[in-house]
Design a protein around this ligand. Structure first.
Ligand code: FAD
Ligand code: NAP
Length: 612
């Protein structure tokens, strides 16, 4: 189908040149023309290129619809809309069968790779083979894979601004308000610790060292912008149509896309993937949405948050509290029940006590009941009233910032799923899926954070999206394996794990069938730096009934994420205690500790470290 400056992707296969109203208006009302025909856009700004493109289509025997933007009254308006839709300001701007191909170079590249010919051959009852709602980790990986397999794919992605007005670009949570800015801020905090250590290693400096929030945030946001751009580019290169609009099902196989100006366009597809992720939850108490921020706001906050109360005690809460304290801020974490629910509680407590030793305050068994603004400002001053979860005690505190990290709600309730019969778990909002990520409606699939019972992690979303596309389009039968997914909590002292928590292992296998090996360890880097020799900890849980197979791997120490990754691969290969013993370590590293584990927990022997 088509393309060109004058062309609007929302129009259909062929069609007359646009005239009169804007491309979008017309696109929304136009009837689909027959498949496999091409309309080309004429060059308004790059004479020559447009003719080359037209010649190319003509040589392929394809009839093109051309809109010469300099020859129509609303040409400038059309160009504006085109640039908004495609992020391409120049002409020619080419679309084939509703897929945005790009300018002259991209069209010829697509021709050389055979993609253009493939697109021209497409003819189906639907506009697309696959529409993916949500351009985050899961959605993008699924889209790219489907496009590689030659399918006509569209991604709808739209960020509803947070109550504080924060929004961001393409890429979803991980890139914009999750893993990436979080790990970079964690790194910024670790550098502060490294600066302290550096004096012990002989570095001398006189200037007062302080952290500048604005400098860090600007640098991180610049990096994120480059990633946003990279995602757009890679979709374009793979001829995936990207539309920055909110998707809502209106009837079977049909979705309404509403852009930020409220303009609506309708698309149809043979199959759909829901990959809409989650957004931070609010407390539902007086003042929360008005005055509190969430992780959606923190990473681009234009000012240093100052004295901060973090509400919540899982991944997001502890990670954010950790790096904020690392910048020297006064940080308190308000914990409703336990730290890191679902994780090994021995490890969770060790994570907490390290944070406590490094300046983070914990208010345990309290929940906020009211937030009041005392002073406006950047940051202002907030009064928090909290009550005990165990009695009638109430407390008050004054903070510059209150960061809510109390969990995330699935983005499934406002997208018309009920209109096509996709069932959700009414309580959690999650979408139940079978082992091939299929929902209750056969042509609709769900991947990533919205799918029920799956780890909410970027690599999980990526893997399940990619494998889903391969299965949908006949490239493979492989299903996503959600067992033994490793993860790391990037707290000041990182905690990496794979497999079962000790409590869970006992529940599943019974204590008498398990052997747990553990040790405290002292990273070499910490010795000269004078850091504690009995803080880092390693533990494996082995199933005695199955050759001492390692069913739980836990490490608390520097670079725990890096250490855990390799052991997770080993666990996938069936790692046993014997195989660990047979492995020769790399000295001096933290990971080598797993090759020399000797002391069982059941022996009760001393595991404190005296030296290297
Ligand atoms: P998302 O990445 O959330 O993408 C969904 C997209 O769909 C969003 O762009 C959303 O705006 C859009 N959307 C929603 N509804 C619609 C609609 N109706 N129409 C159009 N678009 C829509 N994971 C890790 O593995 N490691 C980490 O270190 C890590 N750190 C994290 C730190 C924080 C602070 C947070 C919040 C999460 C972190 N995660 C981490 C989790 C990780 O970010 C998610 O698991 C991952 O992003 C999920 O991907 P997804 O594709 O399911 O959804
Ligand atoms: P979460 O894991 O759902 O934890 C929510 C936390 O908030 C819990 O501590 C919970 O306490 C507390 N809480 C819930 N409601 C509360 C209330 N009304 N008042 C006070 N406290 C309340 O949520 P999350 O930390 O936002 O993480 C979401 C997901 O993102 C995670 O599942 C994770 O997979 C992913 N993530 C991953 C990483 C990583 O890989 N490093 C980092 C961040 C996030 P209770 O225990 O009492 O319920």
């Amino acid at each position: 189908m088509i393309f060109s400056k004058s062309y609007c992707p929302h129009s259909t296969r062929v069609g007359a040149a646009l005239a009169g109203s804007t491309a979008r208006d017309q696109a929304a009302t136009r009837t689909p023309p027959p498949a496999g025909r091409v309309r080309a856009g004429a060059p308004a700004s790059l004479p020559g290129c447009g003719s080359e493109v037209k010649e190319l289509f003509s040589s392929l025997g394809v009839e093109c619809n051309v809109l010469e933007l300099d020859q129509v009254d609303d040409g400038a308006k059309v160009q504006e809309v085109l640039s908004e839709i495609t992020n391409q300001k120049t002409v020619p701007n080419v679309f084939v069968n509703k897929v945005h191909v790009g300018g002259c170079d991209q069209t010829f590249q697509a021709y050389q790779s055979g993609l253009l010919q493939k697109l021209l051959q497409e003819d189906s009852a639907y506009d697309y083979d696959l529409i993916i709602v949500g351009g985050g980790s899961g959605g993008l990986s699924c889209a790219k894979e489907a496009a590689i397999l030659g399918k006509k794919v569209m991604v709808l992605d739209f960020v509803v601004p947070s109550p504080q007005g924060t929004s961001w670009g393409l890429g979803g949570t991980c890139v914009n308000v999750g893993c990436i800015p979080k790990k970079l801020m964690h790194q910024a905090a670790l550098l502060g610790q490294a600066l302290c250590d550096s004096r012990k290693f002989g570095w001398e400096y006189n200037q007062q060292v302080k952290h500048n929030w604005e400098t860090m945030t600007k640098a991180i946001q610049n990096h994120i912008s480059s990633l946003n751009w990279g995602y757009r580019l890679s979709l374009r290169e793979k001829a995936v149509a990207y539309v920055n609009s909110y998707g809502e099902f209106v009837e079977h196989h049909k979705i309404k896309a509403t852009n930020k100006k409220g303009q609506e366009t309708y698309y149809t597809a043979a199959q759909f993937v829901i990959a809409t992720g989650e957004r931070p939850r609010y407390l539902g108490i007086q003042g929360d949405k008005e005055y509190c921020i969430t992780s959606d706001d923190l990473f681009s906050l234009p000012y240093c948050p100052g004295k901060t109360l973090v509400v919540g005690a899982s991944y997001v809460a502890l990670e954010c509290a950790g790096f904020l304290a690392g910048f020297g801020l006064d940080v308190t974490v308000m914990v409703r029940s336990i730290l890191l629910r679902g994780f090994d509680q021995e490890m969770a407590e060790k994570v907490g006590s390290y944070m406590e030793q490094h300046g983070v305050k914990f208010l345990r068994k309290f929940i906020p009941v009211m937030i009041q603004q005392l002073e406006k400002g950047s940051p202002g001053k907030l009064k928090v009233l909290a009550k005990s979860t165990e009695g009638t005690e109430t407390i008050e505190g004054v903070y510059n910032t209150v960061l809510l990290a109390i969990g995330r709600d699935s983005c499934t309730r406002k997208m018309g799923l009920e209109k096509i019969g996709v069932k959700i778990n009414e309580k959690s909002g999650k979408i139940p899926v079978n082992d091939v990520e299929q929902t209750s409606v056969p042509y609709v699939y769900a991947v990533g954070d919205v799918s029920e019972g799956k780890p909410e992690l970027t690599p999980v979303a990526i893997q399940s999206g990619k494998l889903l596309a391969r299965r949908l389009f006949g490239a493979s039968l492989e299903k996503c394996d959600y067992i033994n997914v490793p993860t790391t909590v990037f707290t000041p002292l990182e905690y990496g794990c794979c497999g079962l928590a000790e409590e869970k292992a006992i529940e599943v296998y019974k204590k008498e069938n398990l052997e747990i090996y553990h040790t405290l360890f002292w990273p070499l880097e910490w010795t000269v730096a004078g850091r504690d020799n009995n803080t880092c900890y390693a533990k494996i849980i082995c199933n005695k009934l199955d050759h001492d197979r390692v069913i739980g791997f836990h490490i608390l120490g520097p670079n725990a994420g890096e250490v855990t990754q390799g052991f997770a691969a080993a666990m996938k290969c069936g790692l046993t205690k014997q195989l660990l013993d047979d492995t020769i370590g790399i000295h001096p590293t933290c990971g080598e500790v797993f090759t020399t584990l000797e002391i069982t927990k059941s022996s009760g022997l001393d595991i404190t470290q005296k030296g290297c």
